[in-house]
Ligand binder design. Structure first.
Ligand code: PGA
Length: 251
């Protein structure tokens, strides 16, 4: 089954490295994407987005941003608007990634505003959710996820019933740690999300991604979870050989 595969480069690569990575590897990835029918999306850091978008003309791979402002424009020092990201050539944007929530004090309300901005400018938001280790250990994963996703589900139901909702479940205790959840835990989470989306009246079933320490060694285990439609890959996606291997192993 074709998958949505996102490389989240975070701040691992600098400007020069990011542009060079694309110049060297995007042809090969495009061929791989066509052969497998997957959708490959790369989310480099803000600084390199524009150069990459112009380097890869005609567009070979989809581009995403790692965040966007919750506001349309105005006195928001350091922020980048969804409109600018669209103009640069992005098609996707990560919303509410846990590192953004933690380091830039992102809240559930901010994620909702960012999602609205993204949708208003024809970007597909990748809604990132996931609990801390404490919440996981306390057995409150589903309760926390419910708090994070409910406003988004309501937004899609009321204002964007025609749009495809994309949700990435990324447990915070799995990001960058080398630890992945059991398939049983993942199946419980995804079944819950499917049930919630349907109960609230979302017509199109959400696309469900997994993120957190995905690599070429654990992808074969992860892909046994039937509800997963794709992956959000951090560190491993910056290493071309690893990323390619993961893509080849997905289906
Ligand atoms: P990781 O990051 O693959 O490096 O754990 C995933 C993510 O944060 O999206």
């Amino acid at each position: 089954m074709p998958a949505l595969i996102i490389g989240n480069w975070k701040m691992y690569l600098n400007y020069t490295e990011s542009v060079a990575w694309f110049a060297k590897h995007s042809n090969e990835l495009q061929i791989l994407q066509q052969q497998r029918g997957h959708t490959l999306i790369i989310c480099p850091s803000y600084d390199s987005l524009s150069s990459i978008a112009s380097t890869i003309q005609p567009r070979k791979l989809a581009l995403g941003a790692q965040d966007c402002s919750a506001y349309a424009n105005g006195p928001y020092t350091s922020q980048v608007s969804a409109q600018s990201l669209k103009e640069i050539g992005c098609s996707y944007v990560l919303i509410g990634h846990s590192e953004t929530r933690k380091n830039l004090k992102g809240t559930i309300e901010a994620s909702l505003l960012k999602t609205k901005q993204a949708l208003a400018h024809d970007l597909t938001p990748i809604i990132c959710i996931g609990e801390s280790q404490d919440k996981y250990k306390a057995g409150t994963t589903l309760k926390f996820i419910e708090e994070q996703i409910r406003p988004i589900l309501e937004l899609y139901k009321i204002n964007h019933p025609e749009k495809q909702l994309v949700i990435a479940y990324e447990p915070m205790w799995s990001i960058g740690t080398g630890v992945i959840p059991s398939n049983e835990h993942l199946e419980t989470v995804y079944s819950y999300l499917i049930k919630r989306a349907s109960k609230i009246g979302i017509q199109r079933a959400p696309l469900l991604l997994y993120g957190g320490s995905v690599d070429e060694a654990n992808i074969s285990t992860l892909k046994k979870v039937p509800q997963i439609n794709g992956y959000l890959i951090g560190k491993a996606s910056t290493d071309f050989q690893k990323f390619k291997k993961i893509v080849e192993l997905i289906y």
